[in-house]
Design a protein around this ligand. Structure first.
Ligand SMILES: NC(=O)c1ccc[n+]([C@@H]2O[C@H](COP(=O)([O-])OP(=O)(O)OC[C@H]3O[C@@H](n4cnc5c(N)ncnc54)[C@H](O)[C@@H]3O)[C@@H](O)[C@H]2O)c1
Length: 248
């Protein structure tokens, strides 16, 4: 196991991609702080990990709120003693055209999708730096952050922000031995904000199958291992080759 004894916070780990990231990191021996705004989801995901013989604890927090993030980080350190890995997975989508979106929808999407990885990284990095921990931070981006979208005006802007936040965090935290990278999925499992996977969800990629949460989770886990020690400030697309294709 490559992450034996390390402590990982995974935000939005109550379902879908975040839940699978938590499972894969736990499978590599990490102890998991399962963070979600939805108490029932967080508790169920943590219970599933415990039933599988992993060490996990549910934490309920709104990761877009500064005070909540400060308390969350303190609670995780209190429970596990340290933090080695942070996976910023939480996002919401507006699914709105610029002619339709309200100011409130814009603000909410930017706050949850872009501000939350900033807040989490800031508070967790303080803990890592203060304790000399050569930690790893992985942000979950999206192909939407690298291309224009016909819908989801605020979400695509926020994910573009996550792409460059990743680079700046990597630049600023590298002197402290902390590596920051991102993984960007495309059409994976169910759409953002939705629980159920639609077996007919449209996809077009080079691999010719729909993306599943494990596709993203395996790359996140790799980025947290020593095998990725020379990868810093990078984004890896877990997109079945979508970004390599001609737009259609
Ligand atoms: N699903 C896709 O097709 C897809 C494609 C590209 C990128 N992504 C990215 O992958 C990540 C996960 O997507 P998903 O589809 O699994 O999401 P999801 O909506 O299924 O799950 C997100 C979880 O985050 C929680 N959450 C939402 N706001 C929160 C907050 N403020 N504080 C704490 N928890 C909060 C929700 O309760 C939910 O359990 C996101 O960053 C998303 O942008 C997903």
């Amino acid at each position: 196991m490559k992450l034996e004894g390390q402590v990982a916070i995974v935000t939005g780990a109550g379902r879908n991609i975040g839940e699978r990231i938590a499972e894969v990191l736990a499978g590599e021996g990490a102890r998991i702080a399962v963070v979600d705004l939805d108490r029932a989801r967080a508790q169920q995901a943590a219970r599933n990990l415990a039933d599988a013989g992993r060490e996990a604890e549910a934490f309920v927090a709104d990761v877009s709120d500064n005070d909540a993030v400060r308390s969350l980080v303190a609670a995780v350190v209190e429970r596990f003693g340290r933090i080695d890995i942070l996976v910023n997975n939480v996002a919401i989508s507006d699914n709105r055209h610029v002619l339709e979106i309200t100011e409130q929808e814009w603000d909410d999407t930017i706050r949850v999708t872009l501000k939350s990885p900033f807040l989490m990284a800031k508070h967790v990095a303080h803990h890592m730096v203060d304790n000399g921990i050569a930690g790893k931070i992985v942000n979950i981006g999206s192909t939407s952050g690298y291309r224009g979208r016909g819908s989801a005006c605020a979400y695509s802007a926020a994910k573009g922000g996550v792409a460059n936040l990743t680079r700046s965090l990597a630049f600023q935290l590298a002197p402290h031995g902390i590596r920051v990278n991102s993984v960007s999925p495309n059409r994976t499992g169910s759409p953002v904000g939705i629980q159920e996977v639609d077996p007919d969800r449209y996809f077009k990629n080079l691999v010719n199958r729909a993306g599943v949460p494990d596709d993203t989770a395996q790359v996140v886990a790799f980025l947290c291992t020593e095998g990725a020690s020379f990868i810093c400030g990078e984004n890896i697309f877990a997109d079945g080759g979508v970004m390599a294709m001609e737009a259609s």
